[in-house]
Design a protein around this ligand. Structure first.
Ligand SMILES: [Zn+2]
Length: 136
């Protein structure tokens, strides 16, 4: 059981406010595979929030993933906006902005990573392939 499973999903959820246990939770637990590129993207965002490096590794395409996935512990992820989701049966595109904060007090900073991520289908499952960063 993931801590906070009954609370709202960190990804914001579809519909908004849906609990983690009914959104990205089963994907992070390995109980099911996210059915769409957007669902993969949301589950990966949630994995960054809860620092589930295994899920990030698992959903990353074998041809592009690093040998080891490490989540930067200095960033706190505070919200996700999915700006666009599209594609066809084999390739998907999800554009999003992921908001973060770091530090405390006077050195507290905030920002957002905006990315257009590409997803590809392999053996019936969607994987994150790579991303084009479109500014901070
Ligand atoms: Zn979610």
């Amino acid at each position: 059981m993931i801590p906070g499973a009954s609370g709202p999903c960190p990804c914001g959820g579809v519909p908004e406010g849906v609990p983690l246990s009914a959104c990205c939770g089963p994907y992070l637990a390995g109980e099911s595979w996210p059915p769409t590129p957007e669902a993969v993207m949301r589950s990966r965002y949630t994995a960054y929030v809860v620092r589930d490096e295994d899920h990030l590794f698992r959903t990353w395409h074998p041809t592009t993933r690093p040998a080891e996935v490490e989540v930067d512990p200095s960033l706190t992820w505070t919200g996700l906006d999915v700006l666009e989701a599209g594609g066809n049966d084999d390739e998907g595109i999800v554009e999003f902005a992921a908001h973060w904060t770091s530090g405390e007090g006077a050195v507290r900073q905030r920002g957002a990573v905006r990315e257009r991520s590409r997803f590809t289908r392999r053996a019936g499952r969607w994987f994150y392939l790579d991303a084009v960063r479109s500014g901070d």
